[in-house]
Write a protein that binds this ligand. Sequence first.
Ligand SMILES: Cc1ncc(COP(=O)(O)O)c(C=O)c1O
Length: 370
Amino acid sequence: MVRPRPAVEALPAYRPGRNPADLARETGVERAVKLASNEVAFPPLPAVVEALAAAAAETNRYPDNGALVLTDALARRYDVHPAQVVTGCGAVMLCQQLAQSFNDPGTSIAFAWRSFEMYPLLAQVAGACSIQVPLVPGRPGGPADTHDLEALAAAVDEGTRVVFVCNPNNPTGTAVRRPELERFLDAVPEHALVVLDEAYREFVTDPDVPDGLELMRGRPNVAVLRTFSKAWGLAGLRVGYLVAEDPAVADAVRRTHVPFSVSMLAQAAAVAALASEDEVRRRCAAVTDERERLTGSLRERGFDVSDSQANFVWLPTGERTAELAAALESRAVITRPFAGDGIRVTVGTPEEDDLFLTALDEVRAGVPVL
Ligand SMILES: Cc1ncc(COP(=O)(O)O)c(C=O)c1O
């Protein structure tokens, strides 16, 4: 009998998220509300739809394996050399490429926990050890929701090749500020690559939360990871990018890419999205205004909600998490529970968020599902 590698056997089996159309049918509502994956609720940008239609006519051909037009557009946008930029089939594949490019079996990847759920899994696939440094309360008496960068720097040892700092952190939404991040980057030894995972950067409104691309300058062991899936509205197309201070880091990541994995449609859409940045900014402002309203509404209901700098909020519901998420789901609201810990709720439209709040009120009041 063929056997997968033990590390692969030990991975959790893939469990698809709840499909909103199925749930709507089951619960007898017109439309289920999906607040589980941190997408934006806006439809694709008009320029994206146009670019997709034009590119569709070319799809009998392979895409540009080097994504040259997109890479150049990103380099111009962020004022870096194209050799510093790598595109990937979603930021998540770039995470995997980072592990493949830098981690021999037995080396380690360090990150805070809880953070982006893929970090421990990709370490496992690479045969690397995970060094997980617990989050700490961001304010006295609050939930453990914030990076402890001093402890993370102290946890890096001679076997550590990659350190992920998810800023803002998924799923807690908190962000670390400039002085502590600078101190951290100064403290991490040069043999460890610090990857600032800024998948949610565009939703940051706190001026003291630094732009990783600025902090990266002059630090050859720092790279910044971003995605078109969230603010730019291209989650279904799968495209992300890494910008590294040292072109040799970008080159190493490029070497482990799966050929042609950034599709022609994804490349065309990302170029069109970049050219629509003003509209993207307006959309992000609407999301962050709604984030403040949702946060306030949850706090009024007694939830200890952290200050989020992303397009989601975190409810530290502890042991009640699974039960509460299931009860919301029975009211056609899909959230993202992390059993025993908390529930991540994506900021939706005001109407979607009101449906979520109503469902939450009904669950807490013990109103039976009709
Ligand atoms: C922190 C973080 N990094 C990376 C990703 C990957 O994004 P994508 O693969 O859609 O570009 C996500 C997606 O949820 C994320 O939350």
